[in-house]
Design a protein around this ligand. Structure first.
Ligand code: IPE
Ligand code: IPE
Ligand code: MG
Length: 236
């Protein structure tokens, strides 16, 4: 994907093809209820499940979800292991439903750094849904933009001159449509090393809603908002 040459659509017309979400606020959601962070993460997974179901009718080609960053290894070991356990259980419980709904799963990030059983489950899920033609759910696992760009630049350099095009061709998102809309929940307004390159001309949408409370209606609202924006890509 690269920066489109000219503006596309006009106010009220644009249908987002690719939306990405920084799913933030599980810990604060739990804290507000005097519950452990793990409970917030569990509710966060339920929000993912409901959103993936609810996103079906929204005309999206790709929904990219930031689930674990290259910096999240800085968290205490027990929290990391809670998150890994939730991922395993989510694949085991939800893969068949997603596969049956024609969802194609994709991973961005260096997921092979995870432990072997989880890598095997992930690869099984990728294979199981590879031929599907509906919405792509791209999950960012052990993902960091700086790491992604460094990996892409290394591959590009081995082939010849480094240009924006040759780097873009090797990004984890190379086969996805351009990023249209980037959402972050929980009131934080930063990118936290997510899709830095791809967000060059994406529209940004922030909400105070904490991730476990985020629903398909919020996504719909963000997409309606997106449709009213005029994208100029530096032109006029
Ligand atoms: C997002 O919720 C989930 C991950 C980063 C894995 P947090 O765990 O960051 O929740 P807060 O930001 O502490 O509320
Ligand atoms: C970003 O959230 C990562 C994910 C949502 C997976 P963080 O909670 O890790 O981000 P910071 O630390 O507040 O920037
Ligand atoms: Mg957070």
């Amino acid at each position: 994907m690269s920066v489109p040459a000219a503006k596309t659509g006009g106010p009220g017309e644009a249908q987002a093809r690719h939306v990405a979400i920084i799913m933030d606020g599980n810990g604060r959601w739990a804290k507000k209820r005097r519950m452990p962070r793990a409970f917030g993460h569990q509710k966060g997974v339920e929000a993912v499940r409901a959103l993936v179901r609810g996103a079906q009718g929204l005309g999206l080609e790709v929904l990219t979800l930031y689930a674990f960053s290259t910096e999240n290894w800085r968290r205490p070991e027990d929290e990391i292991s809670d998150l890994m356990g939730l991922m395993e259980r989510f694949i085991l419980s939800d893969l068949e439903e997603m596969a049956g709904n024609n969802i194609r799963l994709k991973i961005i990030g260096d997921y092979k750094a995870f432990k072997g059983e989880l890598v095997d489950l992930i690869e099984g899920a990728l294979t199981r849904t590879a031929a599907n033609t509906g919405t792509t759910i791209a999950v960012a696992l052990n993902y960091g933009s700086m790491d992604e760009i460094a990996r892409a630049a290394t591959k590009a350099a081995a082939e010849g001159p480094i240009t924006p095009e040759t780097i873009a061709r090797h990004l984890d998102t190379a086969d996805l449509p351009p990023l249209d809309l980037l959402i972050r929940t929980s009131g934080e307004e930063r990118l936290s090393n997510f899709l830095l390159w791809q967000a060059a001309y994406a529209e940004l949408w922030f909400t105070d809603v904490l991730w476990p409370d985020f629903t398909a209606d919020h996504l719909k609202q963000a997409m309606q908002d997106f449709a009213t924006r005029e994208r100029r890509y530096g032109g006029r």
